[in-house]
Design a protein around this ligand. Structure first.
Ligand code: NAG
Ligand code: NAG
Ligand code: NAG
Ligand code: NAG
Ligand code: NAG
Ligand code: NAG
Ligand code: NAG
Ligand code: NAG
Length: 360
């Protein structure tokens, strides 16, 4: 029932945004948006059912306990590296009631309350593990480098972004997935793509890179908070490769793609970031989450595409954010045939082409 309601809402959204998305660069047909939202909601519902079986799992609790200590240690390390002594942790717990209404939910876990053992915890793994399966978009580039810091020379609010992928069948982390991420810079431009609406030199690769998940299903990137561009709400792309081969030049070939997703960011957070330099020099039209063609707000509580976050310095967002999201997937899924590429990186430049993975 929830699914049907949601699907009807998605149809309505798809037709409303039809004209809004007809900007250069990233446009999608109504039929495609409809198919993708339908599929996303189907997988979200499926993942939710799988996770319900995890709720009493010792493995899931252990995974959660390790996540707490890992994120706490990371926050301390990042704060120390930046010389921030103003450490005022954290915590607004998520609970299932709050989750029902994720769009208004507080993903901001920066607070003045100190309780180390509860820091970064969720109320049981299942309450925070949700699945963002969304379309790949037109700015994916194949052959980017395996590296954790993808910032390069880009100005913006520093973000340490931790992904955790959990198997809906086993409640365990999914190891050896190669996460492949990309996002627009603070003024809304993707590196390595030079088309109408996205003018970047072909010899750039900022904010793109790959990292393999560890035995807890975790991989992290040091990046910046993405900027917005016309037609889309701020988002971060992630796909994952599986059964790939690592080449000596730190790239991968082969394998399949078993997840295609986009993260969105809570409105209060985007507003706070976009008030800072250089985001505030972006002249492209802003699109809210609600008006985005992929409409995260249209989803039900099976689907929460917003990472949780803490400010490293509770009083200064420009000092950076620690963000994390747990994503439930079926690792045996195969989305390879849906992966389209704007081009491939050859070490010096993007070779433009549009095709699927076969032959790359
Ligand atoms: C955690 O979730 C359970 C329901 O699964 C609820 O009964 C409990 O009160 C919650 N605890 C907190 C501290 O939110
Ligand atoms: C769960 O969150 C809601 C909304 O923030 C709050 O009203 C409620 O008291 C919380 N429940 C528990 C058990 O913590
Ligand atoms: C990532 O690299 C940039 C330079 O490219 C650097 O300024 C920044 O400190 C690095 N971030 C971390 C967390 O090491
Ligand atoms: C974003 O990238 C474009 C293309 O490389 C560049 O012109 C622009 O200055 C970048 N924005 C920022 C804030 O650096
Ligand atoms: C996040 O929480 C901190 C501390 O409560 C607050 O100062 C900040 O304004 C909040 N930011 C957002 C985007 O809600
Ligand atoms: C990875 O390879 C194994 C064995 O070769 C195969 O069973 C599995 O389906 C593959 N997984 C994906 C996602 O391609
Ligand atoms: C995944 O899909 C691709 C493209 O359709 C296909 O070539 C490949 O064999 C599939 N992988 C598996 C493990 O079935
Ligand atoms: C890495 O090596 C492969 C195979 O030789 C080549 O096709 C690719 O362009 C190289 N990539 C980079 C970034 O050097």
């Amino acid at each position: 029932m929830v699914y049907i309601t949601n699907f009807v809402a998605a149809l309505a959204t798809a037709s409303i945004v039809g004209t809004a998305v007809a900007h250069p660069g990233e446009s999608h047909s109504h039929a495609q948006v409809r198919r993708d939202i339908e599929k996303r909601d189907y997988f979200a519902a499926q993942a939710k059912r799988g996770l319900e079986a995890c709720s009493n799992s010792i493995k899931a609790r252990e995974l959660d306990a390790r996540a707490i200590s890992r994120r706490t240690a990371k926050a301390e390390k990042l704060r120390a590296a930046r010389g921030i002594s103003n450490t005022k942790p954290v915590l607004a717990r998520r609970n299932l009631t709050a989750l029902e209404d994720f769009e208004t939910h507080n993903h901001n876990l920066t607070s003045t309350y100190t309780a180390e053992m509860e820091l970064f915890s969720s109320n049981g793994s299942t309450s925070c593990i949700l699945t963002p399966e969304v379309t790949i978009g037109p700015y994916n580039i194949h052959g980017e480098l395996i590296r954790s810091n993808i910032t390069e020379d880009q100005d913006g609010v520093p973000v340490h972004l931790e992904f955790q992928f959990v198997d809906i069948n086993t409640c365990e982390g999914v190891q050896d997935m190669m996460l492949d991420v990309w996002a627009a810079n603070a003024t809304g431009v993707y590196s390595g793509v030079d088309i109408s609406g996205n003018a970047a030199p072909l010899n750039t690769k900022f904010l793109r890179g790959l990292q393999a998940t560890d035995s807890d299903g975790v991989a992290s990137f040091d990046t910046i908070f993405p900027g917005h561009y016309a037609g889309r709400a701020i988002h971060q792309h992630v796909i994952s490769h599986y059964n790939y081969t690592i080449l000596p030049n730190n790239t991968i070939v082969g394998g399949d793609i078993n997840h295609i997703g986009q993260l969105f960011f809570d409105e209060a957070l985007r507003t706070a970031v976009e008030a800072t330099y250089p985001y505030n020099t972006n002249t492209q039209a802003v699109v809210s989450n609600d008006d985005d063609q992929w409409a995260p707000s249209q989803a039900d509580n099976n689907y929460d595409p917003f990472p949780d976050f803490v400010y490293l310095d509770a009083e200064d967002i420009t000092q950076g954010l620690l963000m994390w999201i747990s994503v439930a997937i079926d690792p045996t899924a195969n989305y390879t045939s849906e992966a389209v590429f704007a081009g491939s990186w050859n070490g010096e430049t993007t070779i433009e082409h549009t095709n699927d993975l076969e032959g790359v």
